[in-house]
Ligand binder design. Sequence first.
Ligand code: SF4
Length: 704
Amino acid sequence: MGETARTVRTTCPYCGTGCGVKARVAPDGSVSIEGDPDHPANFGRLCVKGAALGETLGIEGRLLHPEIGGRRASWDEALDLVAARFAATIAEHGPDSVALYLSGQILTEDYYIANKLMKGFIGTANIDTNSRLCMASSVAGHKRAFGTDTVPNAYEDLEKADLVVLVGSNLAWCHPILFQRLSAAKADRPGLTVVTVDPRRTATSEISDLHLGLAPGSDVALFAGLLRHLEANGRRDADFVGRHTSGLDAALAAAEPWTVAAVATTTGLDEAAVAHFYALFAAIERVVTVYSQGVNQSSAGTDKVNAILNCHLLTGRIGREGSGPFSVTGQPNAMGGREVGGLANQLACHMEIADPAHRALVQAFWQAPRMAERPGLKAVELFEAVAQGRVKAVWIMGTNPVDSLPDADAVRTALAACPFVVVSDVMRTTDTTALAHVLLPAQAWSEKDGTVTNSERRISRQRAFRAPPGEARPDWWALAAVARRLGFGAAFSHESAAEIFAEHAALSGRENGGTRDFDISALAGIDRAGYDALAPFQWPWRAGEAATAEAKRFFANGRFYTSDGRARLVPTPFRAPAATVSEAFPFVLNTGRVRDQWHTMTRTGVAPRLSQHIAEPYVELAPEDAGALGIAPAALVSVTSPRGLIVARALVTERQRRGSVFVPIHWTDQFAGNARVDALVAPVTDPLSGQPELKASVARVAPW
Ligand code: SF4
């Protein structure tokens, strides 16, 4: 009998929607992709990026073997060198002289081993991730309000709400299947009102009943004004606020200046539009506020998050069906990284590195010899420390910071001067791999096993369905191999992703984490077969609960994870973006994604049909500005900031506000000459979250 095709269920590796995918592998090895009708995130739908996954599986351009200084090396030789150089650096300069920089693309099991090695065994928290660029402000805002980094809602709340407010979120392009679910709900139930809050009109605005094209960075004023309006118009849920919150008076005092007129002045909106939005929010009980990078990527990102959370807490609209604030993450596993403590200020299982009791608990569980005792360097600080020579050895995994971090040219200069740079990647040639002393070939989507967590706290398996090419290995395997060479063998003897997941689940138990929100301890004893069969599930899923448990919402009981069990309303004084426009730099420069590309295009760039939507980088600007500058549609223009210059084609559109321009983040020198927009962005960050201000730099535009 001949071979037959087999079908493997896995999860899309792109956005934080986390869609289920069925990969059908034919006997000849060809792969066809379709949406998994049984996955609760997408019910069979896929966007064009997900649908094109089968076209991204070729090995052209792949890194197939370890390299040292550009020559092929064996894994043993490369790992020996990494361990020796890290050990020597630590011995001479201390644990804080080394760092790891990870990615929201890697899997939870990779993240777990990396954090265990650094925070428990090497003894430094200098381990951060490109998720810092994605949702760190939401993490900080959640922790201030709830005591934990807890996303309260589920996707179905978008379909059950009567008002959905989308703030700084181009859901149509950045979370296309969530947008499809919302659009379908609105088509079924035209009374579902949608408001978009975004300086640009985007594809998402096309379904909105009201679009608020506010001035960049003015969100805090809008939501502080909303808080004031809700209170003044009797929308406080007195029972909920009285029993379950604190901080109301201070939050209201900070909001007091924000009359509708003051909000209109600061946001640049019509008073009537502001008043209309406030009236909708006050009148409609079931409200979901979705927010994303337009909120998070800001020097006031944490305050923006809390300004939104305040409005939901005042009205008690949280933890209920069809109601709540909802942070949607950009990357496929930003949430999984948060669960294992993937940020420099976190510990595993939503515990805090700054909390001695949490450190003691994790140390005992890991039998760790040298726990980090304080938070480490956040992404932007980490590369500044490389530039200053304080970090002398860095291992970068699954990300391309030479293109994606702000002040990207400075990152390139820093890495070029760094004594020891290791890069684990799927692709041989990126702007970051070009600076590596050691290259380690990583397994890609379709080749590796593990788990990811989507924006509604749903953990899903990524499953291998093809043999890895060359000598590619899982990232956790390379990390554990270095850990063993550093003398930590007993704690890093894992032989599979399943073993790592079981350990992570055990650490999440109540006996370890007390009353923490993250709890998947029911899976602590999971074996290889159970892991292979693991169906998507939302946490928490506690020991003793039925295997079918679904925990759709947090905070339905009004109990939060602060020391007194109450949610905190937080005063959010307004701060404008750090950079101000001037005669020399008269435009606000915004950056973001396009629908069919992903990050620096190492995967999507190889599928020709994904370039049919938008084929090249562009500069979106308003017709009035284009006219004043003598720029014709599709002409080449330069965009210059105090840090550099890029060249791209003008997209003249009324969607753009006057005085602002938008440039997509994806195109690197590899795909288009001189269009690395993050080289123009200043390394300004939110003081609490460390998230960079990627949406409000300053620039000038001129014909090229
Ligand atoms: Fe993948 Fe996101 Fe598209 Fe779903 S919406 S198929 S997760 S890129």
